[in-house]
Structures are given as structure tokens and as C-alpha cells.
Design a protein around this ligand. Sequence first.
Ligand code: AMP
Ligand code: ZN
Length: 118
Amino acid sequence: MSKDTSAHDCIFCKIAAGDFGTDFVYADEVCVAFDDLNPQAPVHTLIVPREHVVNLNDDPDPNLLGHLFGRAHEVARLKGVADSGYRIIQNNGEDAGQTVMHLHVHVIGGSQLGEGLV
Ligand code: AMP
Ligand code: ZN
């Protein structure tokens, strides 16, 4: 685990543990998905591992990464955007704009998104 954060007071660890009674779009033994507090598009859902991992610099288990990305289709389907299209974003560190230091995958869709990557 990276040294700059801990699971102790991590908001996403608490959400994943059900501490706030968050409505999960999807949940299984490895991850939960819930809508972003500050949505950037009509659909903006986060897929979050139950395990505290900061970002890719933690060299997460490839099976975990595969699981998170593998569930994106199901989350998009549940949110009704699988066929219309959706974008996956995953930020690592300051320059990328990572604000929550617990690995997460954004699933964004529901409108025509910009063509640019940044
Ligand atoms: P990132 O910039 O990739 O770290 O994304 C963090 C995302 O988490 C942002 O889009 C925030 O709006 C979102 N967020 C922060 N706190 C919460 C929360 N308590 N519930 C849902 N989404 C949150
Ligand atoms: Zn955490």
C-alpha cells in the first residue's frame, strides 16, 4: 500500500463496508459500484474494490484490475448505457486529478461525450 494514505479513514472503504447505507448500483464479493456524488454526465458511477488499494502505483493484483474493468459492462448495462456507449476513466495521482486515494473506475455515459481525452 502506498504510504500517503491508509484504509483507516478512507471514505471509499467506509462506503464499500456499507457504513453510510449507500445505494449500490452493483455489488459482489470484490467490489461495489455507486453513483458519483458530483456527476459529470447523466450516468456517472464509480466501481470501487472492497480492498483498500490507492491506485495503480500499488501494483494491484491483475485479477482485481480485471474484475473491476470486467464489471464495467454490467454496471453500464444496469445504468442503461451499455448500448449507447460509455467511457471508463481511472485516475492515478495528482496530475491526473485523483482526489480519493482509493482505487476506482469511473463509468460515464448517458450523453454525447467530448471526443478529446483530456
Ligand atoms: P477521482 O478524481 O478520480 O479521485 O474521483 C473521485 C470521485 O469521487 C469524484 O468524481 C467525486 O465526485 C467522487 N466522490 C467523492 N466522495 C464521494 C462520495 N462520498 N460518494 C460518491 N462519490 C464521491
Ligand atoms: Zn480505502
